[in-house]
Design a binder for this molecule. Structure first.
Ligand SMILES: *Cc1c(COP(=O)(O)O)cnc(C)c1O
Ligand SMILES: [Zn+2]
Length: 393
């Protein structure tokens, strides 16, 4: 094994998601003011990065360090995130007549959700940039993950969360030593509170897609899916979308792998976003891009990660759905609860409600002929159901 160099990322610059104006990757960055859109990290691959390089690497998302934004290895803040299993669902697939269904099970991550990936990347970068204090509006899981990585990094942390969030999400923030503020309303109301606090204090705002690096952590799911399937991508990926970083990130990973020659262009998966009928802006905008906000009355969902009424990355999400020939679909709260219960009994896994939404959407999508029984299908279970149980049993 060759030693890993001290400076080892191919991160080159940041780019506005819409107009492609570039920004330096060495500054503290938020979002692209030119177009009020997210900033995305662009890489150049000077001496190359080969998939064969991965064979002896550590079993965490940092195995892909060349295409992650942290410039110096010593700044990585890790709790072992990533390289989660891709489990075949033989029983459920056979029962419902599907040929090949796999579950990327993100409940294995630190703090019990895939938010760990994004926040490991963001807090590592924040440490590298000398940040002292972070703040985030959250529907639940991002707050706990931010609090944990800030604790490890020695960075102060403030989490702003809806009051109706289950207790475990609040308790973990307090245990990790974060300041916790509760707000009546949804994550969009928490975001208003964060904006207010930022007027008075010097906080690094880690809101979804308002800093560029959580996306980089989440994209590692795309790299892992490809690696675990021996570089043959599935036909369909079904993803529970809230702010959209996972959806956008997985697609970004596929594009980067094409650029590096790791996978072939031409047969990328259909990307499908699933939401709750309680709050389905991505579905509304998919069918009515110009008028989706009219008569929109967002409500809380048991799948709290999906209750993001006005996602900042909306345009990027819609681009992924259209470019991939995918779509967006919403399921009811009753279906979500039923999904958690039936999945636990048949597969021995307690899905997050967000994962259960994906599971229930699968059957609808076949009925609508968006997917076929013969397709190779990857479902995303984005978190652990254990954190939500007080509202499910
Ligand atoms: C945050 C979250 C989501 C939505 O993720 P985005 O990247 O914001 O789309 C889905 N599931 C769970 C469990 C979450 O915590
Ligand atoms: Zn721009």
């Amino acid at each position: 094994m060759t030693a890993i160099p001290e400076i080892f990322s191919y991160a080159a610059y940041l780019e506005c998601a819409r107009c492609k104006t570039t920004y330096p990757v060495t500054d503290i960055n938020t979002y692209a003011a030119c177009c009020n859109q997210p900033l995305v990290v662009k890489y150049d691959y000077p001496s190359g990065f080969y998939k064969e390089d991965l064979i002896f690497r550590e079993k965490s998302m940092w195995r892909y360090f060349e295409v992650l934004p942290v410039l110096e290895r010593k700044n990585i803040v890790t709790l072992g995130e990533g390289m989660t299993p891709l489990l075949p669902l033989e029983k459920s697939a056979a029962h419902h007549g599907f040929a090949d269904v796999l579950m990327k099970d993100e409940s294995f991550n630190p703090t019990g959700s895939f938010k760990a990936r994004g926040l490991s990347a963001a807090i590592s970068k924040a440490k590298e940039l000398g940040v002292q204090r972070c703040i985030v509006p959250t529907a639940g899981n991002a707050g706990g993950a931010l609090a944990a990585y800030c604790a490890k990094a020695g960075i102060a942390c403030t989490v702003v969360m809806p009051r109706h969030t289950p207790n475990v999400f609040k308790q973990e923030c307090e245990l990790y030593g974060a300041e916790l503020l509760l707000v009546d309303g949804l994550i969009s109301d928490c975001a208003k509170k964060v904006a207010e606090l930022k007027q008075r204090g010097d906080y690094y705002d880690v809101s979804t897609l308002k800093e560029p690096y959580r996306l980089e952590g989440k994209k590692t799911m795309g790299y892992e899916i490809a690696e675990q399937l021996n570089w043959q991508l599935p036909d369909v990926i079904i993803y529970p979308a809230g702010g959209g970083t996972g959806l956008i990130g997985i697609w970004k990973a596929f594009k980067e792998m094409i650029e590096m020659g790791w996978i072939e262009d031409g047969h990328l998966p259909k990307m499908i976003a699933v939401q709750s009928l309680q709050c389905a802006p991505v579905v509304r905008a998919f069918y009515n891009p110009g008028g989706w906000k009219e008569g929109f009355t967002p409500q809380p969902s048991l799948a709290n990660g999906l209750a993001v009424p006005y996602p900042f990355g909306m345009d990027m999400m819609q681009d992924v759905l259209h470019q991939s020939n995918g779509m967006a679909y919403a399921v009811s709260e009753e279906e979500i609860i039923a999904g958690v219960k039936e999945f636990a009994k048949t597969e021995g896994m307690i899905l997050a409600p967000e994962g259960a939404a994906v599971w229930k959407a699968l059957l609808h999508l076949r009925r609508m002929k968006v997917i076929d029984s013969a397709d190779k299908i990857v479902l995303m279970n984005t978190g652990s159901g254990y954190k939500y149980l007080e509202n499910i049993i």
